[in-house]
Design a binder for this molecule. Structure first.
Ligand code: ADP
Ligand code: MG
Length: 341
């Protein structure tokens, strides 16, 4: 089910900003040794002073946040992971590839129809540097916004040369140094998502802990295989993140178990709880990391980002400790899609 709360734009409340911690209980991350609990939570805002422990990758990591289902947490995951990484010393670009522009909204980036946007990059081959905007409040975080024009790009791209690799070319020509590029995909497997899959090396799939969570994933994985086989041999599913996890329900833990048994070590140990603060933040043009840094949602996105950063330098994270395990093996995508429809 999709909520339109984050399409509405900034709300009237004149004093957004830090709020008391979430009122919901903080569920333990499914199967995780290191749960994020309010008892152990640092003081709101303290995240910025704690040692970074989010190493910067040697090369830019381009991560495609994809799942053709709507409302599973792609945009929320993109902007909050991006903010977490940027707040810990990384330079991060969010590419908004969804015509709804939810990621742009959540980052407080103006994206009305006249704003230079990712549409101009894809269709008119404008330079990425001409559309990228800095995100206010978070140093090192940037956004290439999407405007409503992008809705037409899916059709317009069909007749253009190199239609699948336009984003890849634009990213390769981008001169600013970056540690991460996170691409927020639309809820479809059309040419926009294909452009993202050609441009990226890693696919990050957010999975909402609900009934039918795995339905349709087989199709996404087959598309990943196709793009890998024909257009981008580096592409692999590196990361699965369980979102909207409600530890009080048996369904959520069953879904989490099922996802873990299908995907194994790609699944982050940290899962993201349902959190009112997470869903409120976009309407203030903020990520939950700045809106309410001490909330369970902010802390869990920070933990998830830490895991991703550590994995990127070959460190396996198990909550309390991090140990070297060598670079993560790329799993055979065929074996992953077995059993999924
Ligand atoms: N952990 C969470 N807790 C509560 N609400 C969430 C959470 N993650 C996402 N949401 C809300 O669910 C809706 C769908 O999330 P969104 O990130 O926009 O999904 P997608 O990009 O996959 O369509 C949004 O209204 C968002 O605010
Ligand atoms: Mg979205």
């Amino acid at each position: 089910m999709r909520s339109d709360a984050n399409i509405a734009g900034p709300m009237a409340d004149p004093v957004p900003g830090p709020r008391p911690a979430d009122s919901e209980p903080v569920p333990a991350p499914a199967g995780a040794a290191g749960s994020v609990s309010r008892e152990t939570a640092p003081h709101p805002g303290a995240g910025r002073e704690t040692p970074p422990q989010m190493p910067r990758p040697e090369q830019t990591r381009v991560m495609v946040v994809a799942n053709q289902k709507g409302g599973v947490g792609k945009t929320t995951t993109t902007v909050n992971l991006a903010a977490s990484l940027a707040l810990h010393g990384n330079r991060v670009l969010v590419v908004d590839l969804d015509p709804q522009g939810n990621a742009s909204t959540a980052l407080g980036i103006d994206h009305h129809a006249e704003v230079p946007s990712i549409y101009d990059v894809l269709v008119d081959q404008r330079k990425l540097s001409e559309v990228v905007q800095p995100v206010r409040d978070v140093e090192g975080l940037f956004c290439a916004p999407a405007t409503i024009d992008l809705a037409g790009a899916e059709i317009e791209l069909v007749s253009l040369v190199a239609r699948e690799s336009r984003l890849d070319r634009a990213i390769k020509a981008y001169e600013q140094p970056l540690d991460y590029i996170l691409i927020d995909c639309p809820p479809s497997l059309g040419l926009l998502t294909v452009n993202a899959l050609v441009a990226g090396a890693e696919v990050l799939i957010p999975i909402q802990c609900e009934y039918y969570a795995l339905e349709g994933l087989g199709q996404l994985l087959r598309n990943v295989e196709l793009v890998r086989g024909h257009l981008n041999p580096k592409l692999h599913v590196s990361t699965i993140l369980l979102t909207m996890y409600d530890g009080r329900t048996r369904l959520a833990s069953q879904v989490a178990d099922e996802v873990r048994s299908h995907f194994g070590q790609e699944v982050l140990r940290t899962s993201i709880p349902r959190s009112v603060r997470i869903s409120e933040a976009p309407s203030y043009g903020q990520t939950v990391l700045t809106y309410d840094p001490g909330s369970s949602g902010a802390l869990s996105y920070m933990e998830a980002a830490r895991e991703i950063a550590l994995r990127g330098v070959g460190v396996q994270y198990d909550g309390d400790r991090a140990h070297m395990v060598g670079r993560q093996q790329q799993h055979d995508q065929h074996s992953m899609s077995e059993g999924l429809q």
